[in-house]
Design a protein around this ligand. Structure first.
Ligand SMILES: NC(=O)c1ccc[n+]([C@@H]2O[C@H](COP(=O)([O-])OP(=O)(O)OC[C@H]3O[C@@H](n4cnc5c(N)ncnc54)[C@H](OP(=O)(O)O)[C@@H]3O)[C@@H](O)[C@H]2O)c1
Length: 258
């Protein structure tokens, strides 16, 4: 158990996948945690596991819900403020993903509310709780910058999140804003994207965690990063990031083709 002076991170969507893998790594490094997810049962299982290593507050709820965001902000205040906010919670949308001309706009609105508006709304709700130099990590995707067939809805929500992040970085230089592509990962979301396919060749989310830790604990400038490229070298140069994007594109095309 850690002292009150431990660094505190709020991670959305930490009941499984990348969010839980990051929470586990931070807990081992002594960070205190505030985490959420809609499903209370999986969130409670995560709490029980993480509480063996650190202080952890769990609040079940939906990031699109204003009351839930207020509850997260209260928890952040009670924790003495945040050193990091990780906007990780996200939904794919329909599975399989429809082409844009067939995409239900009502459903797309929900994906936009979750993937684009909620991260900004949460940052607005938490701004007074962010400590000096706090890191804000918005998890995006290669689908934000590549035009994959079927990925127009989800990809547009992530592209918008990237642009929001870039403008925040200009408007609020006192914050370190990182928008991060974690790369393809073997998670439930990825399985939803490729229903019925074997996705066991995709790396586990744990492989994307060291890059996120480097951003949270280092002093990188605000910007777009490729999580896995960062730990292949050290800081993820533009060339490495491009290389990682190309590899992701090839994997995605192969998977779509398969
Ligand atoms: N997997 C990939 O290949 C891949 C590639 C590029 C980018 N990403 C991005 O990486 C991040 C993590 O994805 P993942 O693959 O780990 O997904 P995942 O396995 O589906 O996990 C998503 C987590 O977010 C929670 N969540 C979803 N909607 C929520 C909401 N409205 N409010 C609160 N919590 C919510 C989920 O729990 P509940 O369902 O119980 O709420 C779960 O804990 C996402 O931002 C995703 O877009 C993933």
């Amino acid at each position: 158990m850690n002292s009150q002076s431990a660094r505190t991170a709020l991670i959305t969507g930490a009941s499984r996948g990348l969010g839980l893998a990051l929470a586990r790594a931070l807990a081992r490094r002594g960070w205190a945690l505030i985490i959420d997810a809609r499903g209370a049962e999986a969130l409670e299982a995560a709490r029980v596991e993480l509480a063996r290593h650190t202080r952890v507050v769990t609040i079940a709820g939906d990031v699109t819900d204003e009351g839930h965001r207020k509850a997260l902000a209260n928890a952040a205040r009670e924790a003495g403020g945040l050193d990091a906010l990780v906007n990780n919670a996200s939904i794919l949308g329909p599975s399989p993903q429809p082409r844009l001309l067939d995409y239900s706009l009502d459903v797309l609105e929900e994906v936009v509310r979750t993937n684009t508006l909620a991260p900004l709304a949460l940052l607005q709700a938490l701004r007074v709780t962010l400590k000096e130099g706090a890191r804000v990590i918005n998890i995006t995707s290669d689908a934000a910058v590549e035009a994959y067939e079927g990925w127009g809805g989800y990809g547009a929500t992530k592209a918008a999140l990237e642009q929001l992040s870039a403008v925040l970085a200009v408007e609020d230089p006192e914050l370190r804003i990182y928008w991060v592509d974690p790369g393809d990962m073997n998670t439930r979301m990825h399985q939803e994207a490729f229903p019925g396919e074997d996705i066991s060749d995709r790396p586990p989310p744990e492989e994307s965690v060291p890059g996120l830790l480097a951003l949270m604990e280092g002093a990188y400038p605000s910007g777009r990063y490729q999580a896995r490229a960062m730990t292949r070298g050290d800081e993820g140069t533009a060339a490495e990031n491009k290389e990682e994007e190309d590899a992701d594109a090839v994997r995605a095309e192969a998977a779509v083709g398969g």
